[in-house]
Ligand binder design. Structure first.
Ligand code: GRF
Length: 197
């Protein structure tokens, strides 16, 4: 099975998935990293692991459909089965959604539907919740709104700061994402077939 990971930033979740693939903890390899910020740290992480990178600057395209069409062609050429969003800081448009219907997932650092959007750990911290967590979900047109696939709770301890809570949430992300990808790949494999069309 082949994954495409989409990321825009530091790439710690990309790293967790890449490490899981390298250590055979998931039955898949990363065929390509797609990145809309060519200078992002995640690009260096991919290069260090010899993972191909498709990076682009959205402003060089007429619109979202134009760069998404190029991405779709790249992913089809590489026979990608599943798109894994890992800190990809833009809403996915119809071109990608149509080509990869039901084959695109995202990770979000809260227990959705609570705290969608940016700075979710900070939102939870400021709301004073005693439990937050991590969600892996299918991607649809909305912001962090697709069908939930997996969730794990993280307790907010009295001794926590925003920084320590962020660290605890990230540690769960780095375990839950590879585990959930493996669960999905197994499920689809047992249904007898490749996921790409
Ligand atoms: C993660 O918190 C992820 O849940 C969210 O964006 C962040 C990306 O962090 N969608 P990193 O670049 O993987 O370190």
């Amino acid at each position: 099975m082949k994954l495409a990971v989409f990321a825009s930033g530091s790439g710690s979740n990309f790293q967790a998935v890449a490490d899981a693939a390298a250590e055979n903890r998931i039955d898949a390899g990363i065929a390509v990293l797609v990145c809309d910020k060519p200078d992002a740290c995640v690009v260096e992480r991919a290069e260090a692991m010899n993972i191909p990178v498709f990076s682009f600057r959205p402003k060089n395209y007429e619109n979202k459909a134009a760069f998404e069409q190029e991405i779709v062609e790249e992913l089809q050429k590489k026979e990608v089965d599943l798109i894994v969003l890992a800190g990809y800081m833009r809403l996915v448009g119809d071109t990608l959604l149509t080509a990869f219907q039901k084959r695109m997932i995202n990770i979000h650092p809260s227990l959705l539907p609570a705290f969608p959007g940016l700075n979710a750990v900070e939102q939870a911290w400021e709301a004073g919740v005693k439990v937050t967590g991590v969600t892996v979900h299918e991607v649809d047109q909305g912001m962090d709104s697709g069908t939930i696939i997996a969730q794990e709770a993280v307790a907010v301890k009295p001794s926590d700061s925003l920084a320590s809570l962020t660290k605890a949430v990230q540690a769960v992300e780095h375990r839950l994402y590879p585990d959930t990808i493996q669960f999905l790949l197994r499920e689809r494999l047992s249904q007898g077939g490749a996921m790409h069309q």
